[in-house]
Design a protein around this ligand. Structure first.
Ligand code: SF4
Ligand code: SF4
Length: 709
């Protein structure tokens, strides 16, 4: 079912075009909107404002309630969606209305308010243009801020033709907006009840803030006699100043606007038609939120300000859109909130759609590490539904067991022989066309550990001025040992000895990413055992994903074992990429060739190890360096993701390959064997003549080392 839906969305040309166009323009406008501002400072501030314990949120709620009651409003605590719906229905019935107008509210989507009211004879009218279009189409939003992003002008024109009975020109947007305005105006005057959500709720004054671009919230709140506000407890902040911090960041991260067209502040029961004061009801929805405030880790998700940025920047969302990548809420936060408020079985499926690139985490204006939360929730839910048998076997027995891993690769070396072409496997029979979208590397004749022994046995008496430890990772150990060998050669030239752990065990990330935290942890503990007890030197990795695992997952998964944790922390502080090591050790490299070179930034190099190899290379290569468009956008690999969701992976890769072709570079560099597997394999399949190299291979082959004084 999920696979079928993914296929449908990938083949939906309108969706693909709309999402691609938006993703490109969003990046530019967001950057402009935040120009001159310190984004990191802003998101830390919002994160702190929203960092509330269970007791604090209850205090804020009590304060809000007290102030709202003083101002003549009603306040209702809805424990569940059903509770909230029933309360709203009662208010509507009391006012004898058969129609209500609604401004966009994700919380009302969460409780399926529209369906509930319709079943009870009340017609809800969505007044946000995008939401109204979807209501006419009988569809649900595919984005939290731009709900109808998946629709084309032509489709909208067709819907409006149905409403008006007249022919509509799809290119005349102004005319379409006029139609919507005219149709909706009548509803505002006929409805006795207006329903909105709230972007923020200020406890000290019982004020809510609503952000829109169309002014429809003002009409929905001012014209009808009754205003119902449905909101989650997490919308509460203490002061108006706190609320402003959120309101200022919201449009910048949502659509790249400096400020949205309308910001409406409503405080208390205010004068309405017929000289009567408006009846204002606040419906605070729990629906599983309050217990989350007690969970130090999960309560992070409640800091979300619903800007939608985590969808806007997500490479997977860009390919399949929000009807697959989420449920009521979409994007990274959608994957998380589906597990809280939605169907857990569905959450288990869609959590696997995260490729783990961390782009959402670094873009979230509320400072939520979304990828890490997704990974944690996935590790909690997956065991309930189980992994496929082959995956379970690999993560339980092969990954933590170097001897077995070695035996399997030995067998693999023989089995792969009939499939090899120029040492690559271009097609695996019976795997299906969509999974064969790239050539795969073959298992190397000799492992890295074997090459390592050969290398140092030829230099028994060489004296080195310092040493480092190298964590090779599985890809280099079995598929790309020559990359590791270039590291030995390069550092040997600088008189640096490379040590390796007693045995090479997987870093644990593949198991953790698949939702098998238990085996991920087992693998991490094994690794700790094989690393030198007194490790005090830098740990270099040529795979940023392994590096990120050491940096983030090792301490996380050993937090309850003081001795392991101590060692993990030490390792986390020592791990770095080759480029960072060279830069810190003031080893200047002089380029000795004339190739035009470009660079793809691996996700976990930028957002895990957090060192810019791109800047480092630019300094060495000067005019020979050609920047790659969207260099830091994922290549679509993601380990087993590229097999499980090959159609998505290949689409993401397609964008990367087009950008590489546009550089006219002769060599593409990157510092991740996984990215090399994906990009090189894709280039081979497409017949694109660009050489792909690891930074380590390139530096060893084409640079001279000059030590800075
Ligand atoms: S999680 Fe962050 S990026 Fe995503 S919608 Fe919420 S605030 Fe925006
Ligand atoms: S980590 Fe990457 S793939 Fe996963 S939700 Fe975030 S942006 Fe999307």
């Amino acid at each position: 079912m999920l696979k079928q839906l993914i296929k449908e969305k990938i083949n939906d040309k309108i969706l693909s075009e709309n999402l691609k166009t938006f993703a490109e323009s969003y990046k530019i406008s967001k950057e402009k909107a935040y120009q001159g501002l310190n984004f990191e400072k802003i998101r830390t501030k919002i994160n702190n404002i929203k960092d509330l314990s269970y007791e604090e949120i209850i205090n804020l709620y009590n304060k809000f309630k007290e102030n709202a009651l003083k101002k003549g409003c009603y306040v209702y605590e809805a424990a569940t969606a059903e509770d909230a719906n029933n309360y709203i229905l009662e208010v509507c019935k009391k006012h004898n209305t058969d129609i209500i107008v609604k401004s966009k509210s994700m919380t009302s989507e969460e409780i399926k308010l529209n369906e509930f009211l319709e079943k009870n004879g009340i017609t809800p009218i969505e007044t946000d243009l995008g939401e109204w279009i979807l209501q006419l189409a009988g569809e649900t939003p595919s984005h939290m801020v731009m709900p109808a992003i998946h629709k084309s002008r032509k489709q909208v024109a067709k819907l409006f033709e149905k409403v008006t009975g007249n022919k509509i020109d799809e290119n005349d947007i102004e005319a379409m907006v006029k139609i919507a305005r005219k149709q909706l105006r009548d509803y505002y005057f006929n409805a006795k009840v207006g329903i909105t959500g709230a972007n923020v709720a200020v406890a000290e004054t019982a004020t809510i803030g609503i952000v829109t671009n169309e002014g429809n919230a003002r009409l929905s709140t001012t014209i009808p006699d009754v205003h119902i506000i449905i909101l989650g407890y997490e919308k509460l902040v203490n002061t108006f100043k706190d609320a402003l911090q959120i309101i200022r960041a919201l449009p910048k991260s949502a659509t790249g606007q400096i400020i949205s067209t309308y910001v409406t502040w409503i405080s208390g029961s205010y004068p309405a038609k017929n000289d009567k004061n408006k009846e204002v009801h606040f419906v605070f929805l729990d629906n599983g939120r309050l217990p989350l405030f007690k969970n130090k880790n999960l309560k992070e998700a409640l800091k979300c300000i619903r800007c939608g940025s985590c969808a806007n920047v997500c490479p997977v969302y860009e390919i399949i859109g929000g009807h697959v990548f989420g449920d009521t809420y979409v994007g990274a936060i959608g994957l998380i909130l589906t597990s809280f408020y939605g169907d857990e079985k569905k959450a288990n499926e869609i959590l696997k759609l995260c490729i783990g690139c961390k782009t959402c985490s670094v873009n979230c204006p509320a400072g939520i590490d979304l990828q890490s939360l997704i990974s944690d929730i996935n590790a909690t839910i997956t065991p309930k539904y189980g992994l496929s048998l082959p995956k379970k076997a690999v993560y339980s027995y092969v990954m933590p067991n170097p001897a077995l891993f070695k035996t399997i690769t030995k067998i693999g070396k023989y089995l792969q022989r009939p499939l090899l072409k120029n040492e690559k496997i271009e097609k695996i029979p019976f795997m299906g066309k969509e999974k064969n979208f790239r050539a795969l590397p073959s298992i190397a004749p000799k492992s890295f550990t074997a090459l390592y022994k050969d290398f140092y046995s030829s230099k028994p008496s060489k004296k080195y001025k310092k040493s480092v430890t190298f964590y090779s990772g599985c890809a280099i150990e079995y598929f790309y040992p020559e990359m590791g060998l270039t590291l030995l050669k390069l550092l040997d030239r600088a008189n640096i000895k490379v040590n390796i752990p007693e045995k090479m065990v997987c870093c644990g990330l593949p198991a953790i990413h698949a939702g098998d935290g238990e085996n991920g942890k087992k693998t991490i503990i094994k690794n700790l055992k094989y690393f030198d007890e007194k490790i005090n030197e830098d740990i270099i990795t040529l795979c940023p994903s392994c590096g990120m695992a050491i940096k983030e997952e090792f301490p996380k998964y050993t937090i309850n074992s003081p001795q392991d944790y101590k060692k993990s922390e030490k390792m986390a502080n020592k791990v770095k990429s080759l480029s960072q090591f060279l830069a810190e050790n003031r080893l200047e490299l002089k380029y000795t060739a004339k190739y035009k070179v470009t660079y793809h930034t691996p996700c976990h190099q930028k957002r895990g190890l957090c060192f810019s190899t791109e800047n480092f290379l630019q300094e060495i290569l000067k005019d020979y360096f050609i920047p790659l468009k969207d260099s830091d956008v994922c290549c679509g690999f993601g380990g087993s993701f590229s097999f499980d969701f090959a159609e998505i992976s290949s689409k993401i890769l397609e964008n990367k390959i087009n950008n590489i072709k546009n550089t006219n570079a002769e060599i593409l560099l990157t510092d991740c064997p996984g990215c090399i597997m994906q990009i090189e394999g894709g280039l081979i399949k497409k017949g694109v003549n660009v050489k792909v190299m690891h930074v380590s291979e390139f530096l060893e082959n084409y640079t001279k080392i000059i030590e800075k004084k």
